[in-house]
Design a protein around this ligand. Structure first.
Ligand code: RFL
Ligand code: PHB
Length: 394
């Protein structure tokens, strides 16, 4: 088999790249280790920046999103038992975010790919990449017991943090930066009315909590938990009791509880691999970087990597220009480090660290108090949360 680009991974990065390349007339095949249902079963991101919405519109997958997505113009910070609104729109000249689950983005991209009749190999085993230090790379895998080889011009590594692409790069060619946080997020999805119309980010002496949502009748909540906790340790009742304990009295009153339809624990880490290009191999999304989810940046960063990568690959395949691919890594990394910084900072401000002590709690509360009362402080949070413009710093 031959194609112009092999995309490894059919998560949001891989599917979005496939769609953008298709729109520009570049052929691509996607190879994914899991089944479509497995990919759709992973409950992850919920908040999309305007830049991401623009890329999804360019890919032609914004119809349902525009109908069903919830526009949010602010969120609440809760600390010392009181809630304070960060008015995103007022602080950023009218910008806003959209609450629309990653599962739905993925579903829309899958449908568009299927409607266009494009090739995706799901449940591909033993995926390996070869020859990416040359102009003739290839990807091999086993599908239904048959060994397959796809020859191509470029490989896009969209295979997430545990994928094969980054792992195939010689250690001497890549530098990795990492911080693992001493806690995780326990997430619960439930078909209950959200406690509030906007998101609530909670700093409490019992640890961080987040009240998010997927629709007017589906809630998504998170609790900071020790890394040693297991999902089985947390009954639904224990989850609701602990969430209630971290909320303010008004929210506690409004909280509607019900059976969980998904419950999982995610570890938190900051991670960046540099560079993101190795000859004819390009990394994008979680394959190259991870942010702790506090700033809601992971999927949004994946979307901008993919925007830059599709522009670069189209330039290379259609216009025969190397400018885009030569600048890909540098362009992405400038944006990535800004989002890494914001996500690390917001995580540090909102979570309880094992060694912070009472003075650490006081420092966090004093910083939050400063941020909500200072216009420049509030604006700093708001402009990072809605997402920096694509040309920031250029
Ligand atoms: P994914 O989604 O991990 O997809 C990678 C795909 O590659 C496949 N794969 C392979 N395929 C072939 N061969 C191999 N050897 C392979 N190895 C792996 C995998 O099966 C998978 O299908 O990476 P991608 O596409 O880069 O997308 C990144 C996003 O998923 C991620 O950044 C976000 O979910 C992060 N995130 C959030 N981001 C936001 O922008 N806003 C949010 O509100 C937000 N909330 C979150 C989050 C992530 C969370 N968790 C669970 C880490 C909340 C949570 C709890
Ligand atoms: C979510 O709804 O899953 C979500 C929202 C905001 C975040 C992280 C996750 O910061």
């Amino acid at each position: 088999m031959r194609t112009q680009v092999v995309i490894v991974g059919a998560g949001p990065s891989g599917l979005l790249l496939g769609q953008l390349l298709h729109k520009a007339g570049v052929d691509a095949i996607i190879v994914e280790r899991q089944s479509p249902d497995y990919v759709l079963g992973r409950i992850r991101a919920g908040v999309l920046e305007q830049v991401t919405l623009d890329v999804l519109a360019q890919a032609g997958v914004d119809e349902r999103l525009n109908k069903e997505g919830l526009v949010h113009t602010g969120f609440d910070l809760l600390f010392k038992g009181q809630r304070h609104r960060i008015d995103l729109s007022a602080l950023t000249h009218g910008k806003k975010v959209m609450v629309y689950g990653q599962t739905e983005v993925t579903r829309d991209l899958m449908s568009a790919r299927q409607a266009a009749g494009l090739t995706t190999f799901y449940e591909a085993a033993d995926v390996h990449i070869h020859g990416f230090d040359s102009a003739k790379p290839s990807v091999t895998f086993t599908k239904d017991g048959q060994q397959q080889t796809v020859h191509c011009d470029f490989i896009a590594g969209c295979d997430g943090f545990h994928g094969v692409c980054r792992a195939s790069v010689p250690k001497s060619s890549i530098q990795e930066f990492e911080r693992v946080y001493p806690f995780g997020w326990l997430g619960v999805l439930s078909d209950t009315r959200p406690v509030h119309e906007e998101l609530i980010y909670v700093n409490s002496t019992r640890g961080f909590a987040l009240c998010s949502q997927r629709s007017h009748s589906r809630s998504r909540y998170y609790l900071q938990v020790p890394l040693t906790d297991k999902v089985e340790d947390w009954s639904d009742e224990a989850f609701w009791t602990e969430l209630r304990n971290r909320l303010d009295p008004a929210a506690r009153e409004q909280l509607v509880t019900g059976a969980s339809i998904e419950k999982s624990i995610a570890p938190l880490r900051s991670f960046v691999a540099e560079p993101m290009r190795f000859g004819t191999l390009f990394l994008a999304g979680d394959a190259a970087h991870i942010v702790p989810p506090t700033g809601a940046k992971g999927l949004n960063l994946a979307a901008t990597d993919v925007k830059y990568l599709s522009d670069a690959l189209v330039e290379a395949c259609v216009e025969k220009s190397r400018a885009g691919i030569d600048h890909y890594s540098e362009r992405c990394l400038a944006r990535i480090w800004r989002a890494e910084r914001f996500s690390w900072w917001f995580t540090s401000l909102m979570h309880r660290f094992p060694d912070q002590g009472e003075i650490g709690q006081k420092f966090q509360e004093a910083e939050l108090d400063y941020l909500i009362h200072s216009e420049s402080g509030s604006r700093t949070i708001a402009e990072n949360y809605v997402g920096l413009p694509l040309n920031f710093g250029e």
